[in-house]
Design a protein around this ligand. Structure first.
Ligand SMILES: [Fe+2]
Ligand SMILES: [Fe+2]
Length: 481
């Protein structure tokens, strides 16, 4: 079997030779109807009979892996795709550094591995649930198509994790796979596992922020799991990252297009002060200070996803060879962190201070720092749009102590600049830093669907290039009537 190509002759497309793996095939076929029910109940609201111009993976060869065609979402071919196996791959870090990668789950690491796979798996359907209402207010057919592309691929990522659970974790793996369809984002009794995945995604600016900041947390987690000594997990994550890149593209270019449109409208109207919110809003675009508030919210929620700065769980997973660092194989050190330290920001006597911690326990902090560096890149591009338009305004990431629910700063309040403040000051000013109800209402008032091919809502610029190089007036979604 050629593992580069995907077998589409079976009900579940795959490149893992499912047709000869009867037991796993049976388990997946048993899980499939529940997945379709979940998609029907919690997937995109409406548009299920529309033809959407989607990409589907036909190969796992990075040089060419997807084909584009019109597909009704429920007929999307969700499948199991693993990156090709690297010959003689060794565990690239931890106590088993240099030993052959595992093709089966080592008994002593079973529980840790299962937990990490379940947590990753839980985020995938959660985001689909969070975004299910957005179709009816899409600013264009182009954006509508991108939303649905992200949604079907998050669905596929759920399949990816469910395959690992069902193939390698026996009965409890099958139970976990069922539970992944049972939890619901934001549900009081049975919520999703991580905080940011229980928040609402009320509007399209939130969607772009989510795909930029929260999908990027996913990217960092997938990168660390792609280093795993458990080879099937590594291969799964490597292919997921190929798809994930588009999700962050949607976020980065989405925010860029919102900023662009706002700047153009301000210029046309002769507005010189971008903080004159009322004047800017009267133009039917989103003012930069409100974009900054949304950014504060989504960045701080996403930082929480990295967990506590100092964590023995993270150290154990690293020692065990289960979860590595971002770009582990490109780091020049012993890959065991025997005597290394890493600077961690902590609250010491009420002051935010850098403290050297053993690098092993500071792995969450390190991954979060890598994440922050990655976040900055897109922000520079957004700020370029603003400065090129002749405005002085700069979007910035808030301080790590701002608006945190997990880790060192969860019990204090800080301004976006990182100045510690008391409860009263926080309550008095938080509406200046985080989106208020009025901000939400204003954005909601702009969320009117645009369904004419090639047309865009007032608050967002058209993209520079089309998907699959399609022309500007391409009908990305043929909405059923
Ligand atoms: Fe995903
Ligand atoms: Fe994603």
């Amino acid at each position: 079997m050629n593992y580069m190509n995907v077998d589409y002759s079976t009900k579940i497309p795959n490149n893992v030779n499912l047709s000869e793996d009867r037991q796993v095939l049976k388990a997946l076929e048993g899980w499939h109807p529940g997945y379709m029910d979940w998609w029907g109940d919690m997937g995109p609201e409406g548009f299920q009979q529309s033809l959407v111009y989607l990409r589907t993976a036909y190969s796992v060869d990075p040089r060419g892996w997807a084909k584009f065609d019109y597909v009704k979402m429920p007929e999307y071919r969700w499948g199991i795709l693993l990156a090709p196996q690297e010959e003689n791959r060794v565990i690239p870090f931890g106590e088993n550094y240099g030993k052959p990668a595992w093709q089966e789950v080592p008994g002593e690491h079973r529980a840790t591995l299962r937990r990490l796979i379940v947590i990753q798996g839980d985020t995938e359907p959660a985001s689909v649930e969070q975004q299910r209402h957005l179709g009816k207010t899409a600013p264009s057919l182009y954006d509508l198509r991108n939303l649905f592309q992200v949604n079907v691929e998050e669905g596929r990522h759920l399949w990816a994790m469910v395959y690992l659970l069902q193939k390698y974790f026996g009965r409890d793996g099958r139970e976990e796979a069922d539970d992944l369809l049972r939890r619901r984002s934001g549900d009081a009794d049975s919520p999703r596992m991580l905080g940011a995945f229980n928040e609402a995604t009320p509007d399209w600016l939130s969607f772009f922020m989510f795909t930029y900041f929260t999908d990027r947390d996913g990217k960092m987690q997938l990168h660390s799991l792609a280093q795993s000594g458990f080879d099937p997990l590594s291969r799964t994550c490597r292919f997921m990252l190929t798809e994930e890149a588009h999700h962050m593209f949607v976020g980065e270019t989405g925010i860029s297009r919102v900023v662009q449109r706002t700047c153009e409208a301000m210029k046309e109207a002769g507005i010189t002060d971008p903080t004159d919110i009322a004047k800017v809003r009267a133009l039917g675009v989103i003012d930069l200070p409100t974009i900054q508030k949304k950014l504060h919210l989504h960045y701080s929620l996403s930082l929480d996803l990295f967990g506590s700065e100092v964590s023995t769980n993270a150290a154990n997973a690293f020692n065990a060879g289960i979860k590595g660092r971002y770009r582990e194989t490109q780091i020049d050190d012993d890959h065991q962190l025997k005597n290394a330290t890493y600077p961690v920001l902590k609250l010491v006597d009420g002051v935010i201070t850098r403290v050297d911690e053993p690098a092993l326990t500071a792995l969450n902090m390190r991954l979060r720092d890598d994440y922050t560096q990655d976040c900055v890149k897109g922000m520079l591009r957004w700020n370029k749009v603003i400065s090129t338009s002749g405005y002085q305004y700069k979007l910035t990431l808030p301080n790590v102590a701002f608006h945190r629910q997990i880790g060192e700063f969860k019990d204090i309040h800080a301004t976006p600049e990182g100045i510690l403040i008391d409860d009263a000051t926080w309550n008095q000013h938080k509406g200046e830093w985080l989106p208020s109800t009025q901000d939400g209402d204003f954005i909601a008032s702009l969320m009117k669907p645009v369904t004419e091919a090639g047309e865009y809502a007032s608050w967002i610029s058209p993209p520079k290039v089309g998907i699959d190089n399609k022309p500007g007036d391409f009908e990305y979604v043929k909405i059923e009537t």
